[in-house]
Design a protein around this ligand. Sequence first.
Ligand code: DAH
Length: 341
Amino acid sequence: MDMKEKLQELAETAKARIEESEGLDKLNDVRVAYLGKKGELTAILKSMKEVAPEERPKVGQLVNETRARIEALLEESRKKLEETIREEKLKAEVIDVTLPAKKSLIGHRHPNTIALEEVERIFIGMGYEVVEGPEVEYADYNFTKLNIPEDHPARDEQDTFFINDSILLRSQTSPVQARTMEKGKLPIRMIAPGRVFRSDEVDATHSPSFHQIEGLVIDKNITFADLKGTLEEFAKELFGPETKTKFRPHHFPFTEPSAEVDVSCFKCGGAGCRFCKGSGWIEILGCGTVHPNVLRMCGIDPEEYTGFAFGVGLERIALLKYEIDDMRLLYENDIRFLKQF
Ligand code: DAH
């Protein structure tokens, strides 16, 4: 058999073996058997020395052609096999678009958040800015600059979580008043919502961590009348246009005069019911005109500027608005409860 026939036969058997290869592994075996280092074609190439020198270029060309042919067949077969594998995979992964979709559960806003956004909306509408202060605060801001003297019972460790002598978890949002005044940008018209902390046992109306919204206005010629008008408007927006307000004299160290504000019970309209414990009134916040000592300590001249401040309990608003009778419900994260708002 001459070299030409030999190569032709080799190409034929290679073709047959390639065609019957059923997987990429098998195909690779064929490649190795013919084109590999110890493969049949390679062996022929090695036996070239037995070929007469004048024949060598021709035979060499034949070997190369055979090699190219086998490579082309291998490549073609590989593509076909890969295509089949891909089709089978697609068939196996068919998606039935007629199946009902899985609904992803989107959460929604917590009653506290809804109440806060409502309060923010009202005050932003009156031209207030929303600012924030730190939850870990200096005693200086939480007490001293708010005219709360060293021996005041509010400083007692029973009420306040102290971190050390001078740093604590703020027990009220009022320190944001001092921080804002100290910045020196006047006039001021701001609310400051945020988390506050007190060493209280958990019960239906207490929690060691709750939220307040502080309010502060500083400008020339601000009087108690501005405070009354503002908070009356706030109460009407929040609880409805029929709402009446009552300012009861009270004491806070940082305001003088100070008051607590009650709103007429929006459940019974003031006649007295279970909701307002028969009084017809519900307490909602503390307020007053800013004490001159506070203004002075925060770098503002009380002869030139005056102002008013207030502090609202956010949970209290949420509980009232949504008629929730136990504050603990707000923190338990029971989805059956939260879903109702
Ligand atoms: N910080 C007071 C508290 O936690 C609430 C308060 C009362 C804030 C009167 C004020 C205010 O700004 O003027 O009980």
